[in-house]
Write a protein that binds this ligand. Sequence first.
Ligand code: HEM
Length: 185
Amino acid sequence: MAESVVKAGLLTNVLMEIVNSPINIALVILIFFLIYKIFRRQSDVPVRQAVPELPKLKKRDFTVEELRKYDGTQEDGRVLVAVNGTVYDVTKGKRFYGPGGPYAAFGGRDASRGLATFSVSTAGEGYDDLSDLTTVEMDSVKEWESQFKEKYELVGRLLKPGEQPTNYSDEEDEPTGTGDKSKDD
Ligand code: HEM
């Protein structure tokens, strides 16, 4: 009983302290406002855009032009990215490579040069043989490539102009040969 009287007295004292000073009143209002903003922001945050679950793409090779279609703007929203001559299905990373993503410039493109030179806007129109990249830049491309290989599904090779696509049979699941662009080809 005595304890609750002490508690009530303490509370009254604190409240009196607050209402007696305009600065304290302003601070209390500010605190409530900030709490309101935090909670409102949390409830406003949309659930991360759902990435479509697409059927696995059949193994196939792509010309630069064919690859361009897969920038995530098609109806199915699939996104493909080529790195060092190999094409990966990066649809599960659509928030990076899809429209509006930070690396959207890589969607439907050969990202090798951009990755090598830390530029998200370097993406030429035609086939890029990367022959002018330095050894260090090529090493960087290869490092990126191994990350892509680990995270994403490999779809096929990026074809050089005039190169014929591989005929992947159903049982042969891995593309033959590597899409590696060596500096001397
Ligand atoms: C201010 C500069 C940058 C910041 C702060 C930044 C930040 C990040 C972060 C936080 C991630 C990991 C996202 C996640 O896993 O949830 C990421 C991934 C990535 N970043 Fe950057 N980045 C920057 C610049 C660049 C540049 C210049 C490039 C390429 C030229 C690049 C290419 C990538 C790629 C390819 C991924 C992997 C996405 C994936 O998992 O598929 N970033 N970045």
